[in-house]
Design a protein around this ligand. Sequence first.
Ligand code: ATP
Ligand code: LTN
Length: 333
Amino acid sequence: MDDKKIIFSGVQPSGVLTIGNYLGAVKNWVELQEEYNCLFSIVDLHAITVQQEPAKLRQRCMEFLALYLACGLDPEKCLLFFQSHVPQHAELSWALTCTTYMGELSRMTQFKDKTRNKQDANIGAGLFNYPVLMAADILLYQTDLVPVGVDQKQHLELARNLAERFNRIYGDVFKVPEPYIPKMGAKIMSLADPTKKMSKSDENVNSYISVIDDADTIIRKIKRAVTDSDNRIIRGEGKEGIENLMTIYGSMTGRSYEEIEQEFEGKGYGEFKAAVGEAVAEGLKDVREKYNYLLQNKDYLKEVAKNGSDNAYKMAARTLRKVHRKLGFVDRF
Ligand code: ATP
Ligand code: LTN
């Protein structure tokens, strides 16, 4: 293995990939694959923390793989695989569960958000344990950097704590990973409610843009995006909707907030929204076409996933073997 740094990240195969996922995560991965040893996983074990329809989950996993590729991830440059194909994820997750405190998991804001208004008796233990599985994903590969949107920062902090704790109790096994959060685009907000993050499992299809929406749909959704009654393209109190569109536009075009303010000084929301819609449609033009093509090539997708998991498996097995020794398990006879 060369001495390039290792990157791991994952996306759940839930809903459709949105421009939030794209700008906050996948678009950056495409750049990172040039410089690092990258592993990108479709985290199906995480997906079953909420009940799934098996046939749909299976189909969606393949669609997500096609989407990764369509967004520009290149299997010659990074490993792409399904989490469930590398059993060490679940195994390490158990070992880490045994050094995790209930208190730590209770403080996770994503857990609190997802279980608000629910009774304890009806909350799945998988949802509670979700961040431990995520820590296992990361620590299995001796990961240096984890590129994620800002919503995952707390989970990553937990992964760091678990690595340090395990190393302290049992001796050095894990590398302590660092977050890698983009400067712009780390949190894209819902188009329907700019105080909420854009989420691919949102019921309102107008709240997000899918990376495979066609140009007309993209332009229409941006046009309908909730803004404010002021008519200036600047950031500020009560202007979350406009700020969000500025972020989307900036991430798509590489322009800073200041440049965007200058570009649209004296212009109205109609003109600005049209420009944002065009930029997004243009940026995603190839993704849709590539995606449709790839979906017809199931054998190719399987080959990519097989190669990805074969290689990931070898790396994961190395770490898990060390973990077992440290824990005091008897070697296999
Ligand atoms: P769900 O709605 O199913 O919880 P999600 O849209 O939040 O999903 P995840 O699978 O949890 O997506 O996240 C995949 C990656 O995309 C993560 O790195 C996450 O930080 C990033 N991400 C998700 N939503 C956004 C967003 N609105 N803005 C920026 N990055 C995001
Ligand atoms: N929890 C993440 C998805 C995820 C992940 C990971 C991200 C699972 N395992 C490991 C980075 C590294 C999410 O919901 N976005």
